[in-house]
Design a binder for this molecule. Sequence first.
Ligand SMILES: [Zn+2]
Length: 214
Amino acid sequence: MTTFSDLTGAVTKDIQTTLTAQEAFNWLVEGHDRFKSESPRERSRADMLDGAAGGQFPYAAVLGCIDSRAPIEQIFDAQIGDLFVARVAGNVVNPDVLGSLEYACKYAGTKVILILGHTSCGAVGAAWGGVEDGNITGLLAKIKPAVDTVQAKVGSDATPDNLNACVAENVHVACNALRAQSDILAGLEKDGTIVIAGGVYNVAKGEVEFLTKP
Ligand SMILES: [Zn+2]
């Protein structure tokens, strides 16, 4: 088994192929530990570009929010060729995101999908408050199921705790949407080819809380 610290350049096809879904998830966790301890793994830029020229073999795909305070690659100390990253406000699942993740896992060999919400999410806050405006309305409708679930338990006060509970619920909703709306992803998860996990990044602490782990 190749460990992340063995890498000198980009992830190769051989490495991606031999990596289990659990090991790929561990690489995300280890990368985040390096981010937290401010000890990034240095790799040769030239070697990574050499690898990139020959193809891409990312170990994980992350669906995150567009929020400027939650930069996916930095959070996981990832570089060229490491991650597929999809970003959309509120890290919601839509048909184009599903197609992107299906491609990442079925055709490009990625072993992990992580849905990453974050604290102080403006999209979740807007959905909580029932904002309607332009195309934002349709986006927020995808967060509404999480809002309804959490408000049924705690009421509609927009406290930080309630909003963060909604952020976490929205991650669970997105994980389940992958399974419910994609036969490809559900099948790959069922046969152990991939894992689907969720987490919440705390923008004040710079730390991810993994909600579900393989
Ligand atoms: Zn957000």
